[in-house]
Design a protein around this ligand. Sequence first.
Ligand SMILES: [Zn+2]
Length: 554
Amino acid sequence: MMLLPKRLAAAFLALLIAASVFAAPPPRPDLVVLISIDQFPDRFIRRFQPYFSQGGFNRLMHTGADFTHALYPYSTMFTGPGHAALGTGQVPARSGIVGNTWFNRLDGAPEYCVSDPRAGGFSPLNLASDSLGDRLQEKFPGAKVFGVSLKDRAAILMAGRKATAAYWWDWNVGGFTSSTYYHANKELTSDFDKAIPEIVRAHPVWEPSGFIPPADLDRLTHDPEPLRKYKQLREGLGVAFPHPIKSAEALTYTPFGNELVIGFAERLLDVEKIGTDDGQPDILFVSLSSPDYLGHAFGPDSLEVADSIVRTDRQLERFLADLDARFGDRYTVALSADHGIQSIPEVARDMGRDAGRVDMRNPNATVRTFGELAPERLKLEKNAAAKLGLKVSNDTPLEKTLILYFEEPGVYLNWVRIREARLDGERVKRAIREAAKQIKGVSNAFTNSELMTLNRDASDLERAVRNSFRADRSGDVLITLRAGYIWDYAGAGTTHGQPVEDDQHVPVLLWGRGITPGSYDRPVAPTDLARTLGVLLGVEAGGPQSIVLPCVHQ
Ligand SMILES: [Zn+2]
């Protein structure tokens, strides 16, 4: 130091101080609350922002970190893969949760992503990667990690393999439940069940909240009377306001269903003493499922979804105020979604957009011949047969189909038939792939052999498909649809599940301890949340492609 000129020494000292400040770990929260809103595209919070309270989404957007360009980097945009991605920071190819359901080739039957008969129903048995919660419990034995949702797969897959417990709604019981995989608190669930009738009685009917002025509603929605026949009838709710609510099940198809989940989460915070200042940070995962249930039925352009969004904002405001009262500045909240949603195709067409339904559903047990297959399924079989020089007609018996099972986005081939016809399997896959591309609404198709081969020039779409691909679980041929098109099963309602912006672009909001507020427009992914929250909690989590979001300093 003596040898350095004075000014240089001072600069050096300043640099040292600055470096030590930046090297200090961010202040660790005692609790992280990760809220997932099931079916909540980013465009919802932008479109309805003027009608939000100050304490809900606006509070997170304006006094927290708002990532305006957060897109999932994979193709299977469903609840299971999405919640696994939020909890683990991994894409489906690594979490193993390639869909809500896939076809189990060994059992010859569909397999639900969280099924586990040995655990009395459901567990993270199929989850192939560790999670943020797992890493926390490895470093802090005794740390509490809980998942709460109406959906088993949402609660289980966010909470991870080592969760203290996951709780979800049991439709048979009409209340919250868990499985023998966890050390669940039975007293808690039975106590809460007693409060459910009161919550249902408090909402005998769902009417518009009035948070959005009628003139604005008209501009922000597209819900003409003649198109309401394309909405789905659920639990006696009808297709237009006012919606009578006659049961707890009906309540789950309204925004008031969120009160069940938030109410249960708050009871859990009380009973399990989560987030106490005991030197062991905890995580509470909360997934609101009702926006998804009602969103499928009414569609994102409906008056119902508009009202649900502004009502969810007020529920979030109350929940955050409760967290403030409990934890002050000792907690961090992150909010995101598992996927977005596409318009009801008939509504989209009425707005002048290209849209449609693609019906590839599996034949039921009564179907005997090709002629009885769903329209696009028949087209696919006939086109592929023609490419392979096979003769088929409407009278051909069902055993002769090349496709054994369809579980979106995967076609699982009928290998018995392929052997019997002495066909080359790769040739059959390519024929199905090319036949699929001829179907209106299909954007692309890939054989699993292609996806198992390195491709440095893969398009963004193919990269997304690869990020959702696992050879043992995914189909033999994978088909993606263009924006506006959905796989159809009922001729009404709508869905998500495609590598398109409407499904992939969701909010990523962080607020609280350790978070530098700001609006960040660089492209990020919701899969970055696990790694980012891990840095706050002092553990390493997340997939190899994920980054630490720049609202957290390392
Ligand atoms: Zn859904």
